[in-house]
Design a protein around this ligand. Structure first.
Ligand code: PEP
Ligand code: MN
Length: 340
């Protein structure tokens, strides 16, 4: 249920609604809108009719059921797109289209520094790099773990770029949070509910990737796990889904962007690298993402893709990344945004 407050309802009226929601056994989540506040009452769906009685309280305009299974993620609760602040002056979900660039894995100080300098000079606003890698084969490179996080922190100090890095195991949440500016949940963990609940308790932005076989509704239910724990800074990322097609590594579901934009207020990014699996297919999908209304991109870039420890074939060389960024600006401008 959502309790829609009247325009200009007092702080006392809002506090009273919150108090009554708790009394009825639900969790109140206040969303401060531009013109009015709403209170999401989240909890056991059975007996939710009792919440309807709150309509008589001072300052309450109406009480409406949310028909979608996800509540806090839905646009019904919050019509304005969420602006997720990463660091002061850097927002995902606002007017600026934000590009994250960097290698699949952190491999050495030289490699991550070189990547960071290259993506920054081409216009990327954040650096990506995996220190904990969820590899399909147990024999593949598993990542540099904490040493990799330290190298990322050095690259951040060098360039000023905030870091996006993945946490694979719930046991490592605290460790990764010590270094990361944005915690990434990979496609293989989209429905790791124990991990999502832990991330919901952090005061840190979460980049949640869509699982390779999760529907949009399931994807939004995963976001709901994080939101329901109190962390509102969730960014969604479409990275391709598994289909019968083998020409590409996955199939980029570009229509997920407008569908998500309709259903949720959370920002939406596109990862064209894992979606396609081939470097030459990445730039066109970057342009498509901007045209479709995405809020940004997560792109794999490696100073020497042929030597990459993981995902070399889909990684752009710095020069190709820079050329893509130049052309991307035309699409971002056409979409009415600015390249941040
Ligand atoms: C990655 O970003 O390197 C990664 C492993 O992505 P995904 O979880 O989308 O496969
Ligand atoms: Mn990768």
């Amino acid at each position: 249920m959502i309790i829609v407050m009247q325009k200009g309802a007092s702080a006392e009226a809002l506090a009273e609604v919150e108090r009554r929601v708790v009394e009825l056994g639900y969790q109140p989540h206040v969303i401060h809108g531009e013109t009015r506040n709403v209170v999401g009452a989240v909890g056991d769906e059975r007996g939710k009719e009792v919440l309807q009685t709150l309509e008589v309280l001072p300052g309450v305009e109406r009480v409406v059921p949310i028909l979608k299974p996800y509540k806090l993620a839905s646009r019904e609760v919050q019509p304005e797109t969420s602006e997720v602040e990463i660091v002061p002056g850097l927002v995902i979900g606002g007017q600026e289209f934000i590009v994250v660039g960097g290698p699949c894995s952190v491999e050495s100080q030289e490699q991550i520094n070189e990547s960071a300098v290259a993506v920054k000079s081409a216009g990327a606003r954040l650096l990506r790099g995996g220190a904990f890698k969820p590899r399909t084969s147990p024999y593949s490179f598993q990542g540099m773990e904490e040493d990799g996080l330290k190298l990322l922190a050095e690259a951040r100090a060098l360039t000023g770029l905030p870091i996006v890095t993945e946490v694979v195991n719930p046991r490592d949440v605290e460790l990764v949070a010590k270094y990361a500016d944005v915690m990434q949940v990979g496609a293989r963990n989209t429905q790791n509910f124990a991990l999502l609940k832990m991330l919901g308790q952090l005061d840190k932005p979460i980049l949640l990737k869509r699982g390779m076989a999760t529907t949009i509704q399931e994807f939004l239910m995963s976001a709901e796990y994080i939101l329901a724990e109190g962390n509102r800074r969730v960014i969604l990322c479409e990275r391709g889904i598994r289909t019968f097609e083998t020409a590409t590594r996955n199939t980029l579901d570009i229509s997920a962007v407008p569908v998500l934009k309709q259903q949720t207020h959370l920002p939406v990014m596109i990862d064209p690298s894992h979606a396609t699996g081939h470097a030459h297919l990445v730039p066109p999908m970057c342009y498509a993402a901007a045209a479709a209304g995405a809020d940004g991109l997560l792109v794999e870039v490696h100073p020497c893709p042929e030597e990459a420890a993981s995902d070399g074939p889909q990684s752009l060389r710095p020069a190709d990344f820079a050329a893509m960024m130049k052309k991307l600006k035309l699409f971002v401008d056409a979409a009415g945004r600015s390249l941040g």
